[in-house]
Design a protein around this ligand. Structure first.
Ligand code: SF4
Length: 313
């Protein structure tokens, strides 16, 4: 059995033996992109994302790796062609590579066009080659500063050297890397151009993300908020920025940077960890939210019930 969210307020159930119906959003667009949060845990405590002492979901409330595999496979059967694993930090989930290996069968069959993940990079040195061997071609690495002390201040627990080593390993393994940097007032606002030069110099694209006022943190969001309009106008003082039409289904807007060899910077209006942005912006995307909920505007469903009540896909 699979859940179909077919319009603003109805859920249709596929019948056994029927070909699964495609997922259509309330604007009649096919859903082809699924983001899956495989854990709410992380080995960092970024000041804009988590409080230092977090209470995480009880393990029993998380979908098991097998349940995640069944759900992802059901969505793929219903037309999802691009699947992104997120967290928390996806690579700290115990046994995560079992899920990646298992999902890679859908790449081999051609049902899935892309399997990818967003990571903080701390575990990439360990997993980069294996991810590549599973058919993953691209990863997004969250990195807000190149200054080790600022990095520690932002992530509380992170080690910049480990992340850089992870990026090195990813590129050596043949993975394309995109850097995601959250723009933070008073923290990295003077470093965005350096991040741009560094990323493009290493053949990586950069997305600058506006911090979002959601989630349980210890600090004031207002102290962190830096509008992307300011980021853009500051970059425009030093670079030729050309808007381009490229879209990936998410809310980012892409800008080609004339002076850095043709690379682009994208400016995105929300932070993915805190909010199911892809849905909030009405794009053709869906998100399994912290392994428990599936959200698609305007509906939220508890996805634990489906794999726990039936053995059928
Ligand atoms: S922003 Fe990413 S790396 Fe930082 S605490 Fe949140 S999930 Fe972890």
């Amino acid at each position: 059995m699979a859940i179909v969210v077919s319009s603003a307020s109805t859920i249709e159930i596929d019948r056994p033996g029927q070909k699964p119906r495609a997922l259509i959003d309330p604007f009649q667009r096919a859903i082809t992109y699924l983001r899956v949060s495989v854990t709410d845990r992380c080995d960092f405590r970024c000041v804009y994302c988590m409080a230092e002492h977090m209470t995480f979901l009880p393990k029993a409330d998380l979908l098991s790796l097998e349940e995640l595999d069944r759900l992802c496979s059901a969505f793929i059967a219903k037309g999802v062609t691009k699947l992104r694993l997120t967290g928390g930090e996806p690579l700290v989930r115990r046994g995560i590579m079992t899920l990646v290996h298992s999902l890679s069968r859908h790449l081999a069959s051609g049902a899935l066009e892309e399997l990818t993940l967003t990571t903080n990079g701390s575990q990439l040195q360990t997993y980069a080659s294996e991810l590549k061997a599973c058919g993953i071609d691209r990863v997004n690495v969250s990195l807000d500063t190149l200054d080790p002390e600022k990095f520690r201040a932002i992530t509380r627990w992170g080690d910049l050297n480990k992340v850089i080593a992870g990026i090195d390993a990813a590129q050596a393994a043949g993975l394309q890397v995109k850097i995601n940097a959250v723009a933070l007032k008073g923290m990295n606002e003077d470093e965005i151009a350096d991040l741009l030069e560094w990323s493009h110099g290493r053949g990586m694209d950069l997305t600058v993300i506006e911090v979002m006022p959601l989630g349980d943190i210890d600090e004031s969001r207002l102290d962190q908020y830096l509008p992307l309009s300011i980021v853009r106008s500051r970059l425009a003082e030093s670079y030729t920025l050309e808007d381009i039409d490229y879209r990936t289904g998410g809310p980012a807007r892409y800008v080609r940077v004339g002076e850095t060899g043709g690379g682009w910077v994208s400016l995105r209006l929300s932070h993915t960890i805190s909010v199911s942005h892809a849905i909030a912006f009405g794009s053709r995307a869906l998100e399994l939210f912290t392994c428990v909920l599936v959200r698609m505007m305007p509906l939220t469903c508890d996805v634990r019930c489906a794999p726990r009540k039936t053995t059928s896909s």
